[in-house]
Design a protein around this ligand. Structure first.
Ligand code: Z5A
Length: 210
């Protein structure tokens, strides 16, 4: 797909500050004249948000891990078709709170699916479309979980054990190492203003290469 817009995703384990920094990134990009669409995964459209409910809520019936993986991609297919691709084609910059790197990290790392199976699904659903830039907020799992626990009751993922999130973090770091041009890793243990300064440097570098 040829796309006049740019696609930026924000990733990291729980509590790293993705939601907190999303508005900051949007404001910075708006200040340099970009039209922004802010969205999230799983979710971003009415149908995909319903799937998000199935994925995150604790229900009476246990959601098996195969269903979890398929639902992630079902929500993504809907999100791409309804929101992401039209926005990119219209020249907007799409800013997405998590995307497919989260599937590699959570379902691949956390749930032990084969990366090659996830890669097949990625190809089937995305047909080569990937974020142009991924900002990975990296933080030790303990601090992230402490930060996240201050907010609300844990959802289905937040109820997982520390070892699950350690594996998730490691997959994120491996992917960042494998694709250094796409990924920018930011140390999320710093103060919020320091994190935002680091994000701004990465965004300005990306903008300078446009
Ligand atoms: N998931 C998946 O398994 N596979 C997939 O393919 C996808 C997702 C796409 C929903 O994600 C779940 O779906 C997620 C992975 C799974 N698992 N969980 N849980 P989500 O993104 O909607 O939910 P989340 O990861 O739980 O996001 P979060 O907990 O909202 O974290 P956050 O947005 O990164 O953090 P925050 O809310 O911005 O910040 C947390 C607190 O820390 C808050 O009080 C802030 O004020 C504070 N904070 C932020 N930055 C700082 C700094 N620098 N210093 C001190 N305090 C800070």
């Amino acid at each position: 797909m040829t796309k006049p817009g740019k696609f930026i995703s924000l990733e990291g384990v729980e509590g790293v500050g993705k939601t907190t920094n999303l508005e900051y990134i949007a404001d910075h990009l708006k200040s340099v004249g970009k039209k922004i669409v802010i969205t999230r995964e799983p979710g971003g459209t009415p149908i995909a948000e319903k799937i998000r409910g199935l994925l995150l809520d604790h229900g009476d019936e246990v959601l098996c891990k195969e269903s979890e993986l398929l639902l992630m991609f079902a929500a993504r297919a809907q999100h791409l078709d309804t929101v992401i691709k039209p926005a990119l084609q219209a020249g907007h910059w799409v800013l997405c709170d998590r995307f497919t790197d989260a599937t590699y990290a959570y379902q691949g790392g956390g749930r032990d699916f084969l990366m090659q199976d996830i890669a097949w699904m990625e190809g089937f659903v995305q047909k080569g479309l990937k974020p142009d830039k991924t900002i990975l907020l990296d933080l030790d799992v303990e601090t992230g979980l402490k930060r996240a626990s201050k907010r609300s009751e844990p959802d289905r993922f937040e109820s997982e054990k520390k070892v699950f999130f350690e594996k998730v973090r490691q997959v994120y770091l491996n992917r960042a190492e494998a694709e250094p041009d796409r990924f920018s890793v930011v140390d999320a243990s710093l103060s919020l203003s320091q994190v935002q300064e680091a994000i701004k440097i990465q965004l300005d570098d990306f903008l300078s290469k446009e």
